[in-house]
Write a protein that binds this ligand. Structure first.
Ligand code: ACO
Length: 328
């Protein structure tokens, strides 16, 4: 018999310096007006030189465990979605496992871009359903400020650092919890959003550093329509499977990449304004962390309540896209 998986606790960590649009005006040829109108972003956070992904991920995970009342030592599986791990290896998930005092579980990272949290949630759900694991900590974390070209105004105004986490475990009543998930990818357009150097295709060299090839390279206006279409596919697939319309959703949380993307998706899914949670103005695009950060805020602010139907949808580098429908 399958066990239904549920989110038992959530957490987030956003640390470092708050960077306003006015701060960026002093660094590149941009304006608060352009950034606000084109993206909806006002502030983002950049971590300091001493802070790395595992630090943020550990704090977000600790909060999720605390909300659930579960000890870090009892987690069976740690899954971290990130494209900015502490190191190429060891995996950030193993560092988080150690930081949370765990010896019994397993841990691994996956690099599915901004879909990193929902891919982790989907994998974790499977382990709980089959009974292989009781508790899975799914985390999305990024320190994107460390891989940004601060001379490229097309990307450096968009991204920020942060982490969000969810502790998954068996549904307390067998009914609430993750109703369904969806994941998909398409590598044919992967060149539109990539970090070219540092892997085995283009190892680090003086030239790669000089030419800024260890930073985010994105053709934003080409990515934009894909993000809308793919997240629409992800959300409608689950709505069709579950026999739902946009009106049935209590809370919609999409990847926080651009306010115009969120609004366009909301319109296509016919979800009213008051059901859409948005915090991109406060954090910018935190990639894999954006959905769990938003979810944690919505839970702690009482916007997501017990019994609510919540839809999560993401899109990111790869390209990858994903969704999850959850009865809270
Ligand atoms: N300040 C001022 N002007 C700028 C800036 C800036 N920061 N950045 C670009 N411009 C200029 C461009 O040079 C261009 O000028 P031109 O017309 O003279 O050539 C003009 O603004 C328009 O540029 P576009 O790129 O066409 O602007 P657009 O409306 O598409 O907005 C943006 C750009 C915000 C990047 C948008 O395309 C976007 O959000 N794309 C999606 C990104 C995304 O979803 N990523 C998510 C998935 S993956 C992930 O999150 C890691």
């Amino acid at each position: 018999m399958e066990n239904r998986a549920a989110i038992l606790g959530t957490g987030k960590s956003v640390q470092g310096r708050a960077i306003t649009n006015q701060d960026l005006e002093k660094m590149v040829d941009t304006s608060d007006e352009w950034i606000t109108a084109r993206s909806g972003i006002k502030i983002r956070y950049f971590t300091d030189d001493q802070t790395a992904a595992s630090d943020l991920a550990t704090e977000a995970g600790r909060q999720a465990l605390e909300m659930a009342g579960v000890d870090g030592a009892d987690v069976d599986l740690f899954i971290v979605g990130t494209v900015t791990p502490d190191f190429a290896y060891p995996a950030t998930a193993c560092l988080v496992q150690h930081n949370l005092g765990n010896k019994k579980g397993a841990g691994f990272d996956q690099e599915t871009g901004c879909s990193g949290f929902l891919y982790g949630l989907t994998i974790g759900e499977q382990f709980i359903k089959t009974g292989k694991c009781r508790y899975v900590l799914a985390i999305g974390v990024e320190c994107l400020s460390k891989v940004m070209n601060m001379q490229d105004r097309g990307t450096c105004v968009l991204f920020g650092d942060g982490a969000g986490a969810a502790l998954l475990g068996p549904s307390p009543d067998g009914k609430s919890g993750i109703l369904d998930t969806f994941i998909k990818s398409d590598g044919s357009l992967g060149d539109l959003l990539k970090q070219p150097a540092g892997g085995s295709r283009m190892p680090a060299s003086i030239e790669t550093v000089t030419n800024n090839l260890h930073t985010i390279h994105m053709k934003g206006n080409k990515v934009f329509p894909l993000a809308v279409r793919c997240m629409e596919e992800a959300a409608t697939t689950l709505m069709n499977r579950l026999g739902l319309t946009g009106e049935d959703l209590d809370v919609l949380i999409t990847h926080q990449a651009n306010l115009r993307i969120i609004q366009s998706l909301q319109k296509r899914l016919q979800v009213p304004d008051d059901k859409v949670f948005v915090n991109i103005d406060k954090y910018g695009n935190t990639s894999a962390a954006s959905i769990p950060i938003a979810m944690d805020e919505a839970v702690r602010q009482g916007i997501i309540k017990k019994g609510n139907l919540v839809m999560l949808a993401s899109f990111g580098a790869g390209f990858t896209w994903a969704s999850a429908a959850i009865r809270w």
